[in-house]
Unconditional design. Structure first.
Length: 108
């Protein structure tokens, strides 16, 4: 029950962050903090969400670089999320696939 409530709270924070980020409020990008905290809660409690974040960071390098820049200023929960969703495993898999493809081409 606790996990379900935390995941619902995380999704609410993500939704609030998505709505507030482009909103014309006096503080620019005020929705980024709830968005990051919501993602941190969801990556802690959902393996699928954590993998999705890894895929997003792998596909869009600018998001990964931005998160790494924010790492030293972020709250502890967000720091853990950034470290846990680093796309290093996906990069290793991509390199291994490329090496296998090269071996297949050379074998032909």
């Amino acid at each position: 029950m606790r996990k379900l409530l935390l995941m619902a709270f995380g999704w609410c924070l993500v939704a609030i962050g998505i709505v507030l980020t482009p909103a014309p409020v006096p503080i620019p990008l005020i929705g980024v903090l709830p968005l990051l905290i919501g993602c941190a809660i969801l990556t802690t409690h959902s393996k699928n969400f954590r993998r999705m974040m890894q895929r997003i960071r792998h596909r869009f390098g600018w998001i990964s670089r931005w998160l790494e820049r924010v790492l030293h200023r972020a709250p502890l929960l967000v720091k853990v999320m950034i470290r846990r969703t680093r796309p290093l495993a996906l990069l290793r898999q991509a390199r291994m696939r490329q090496a296998q493809m090269r071996e297949r081409r050379n074998a032909i």
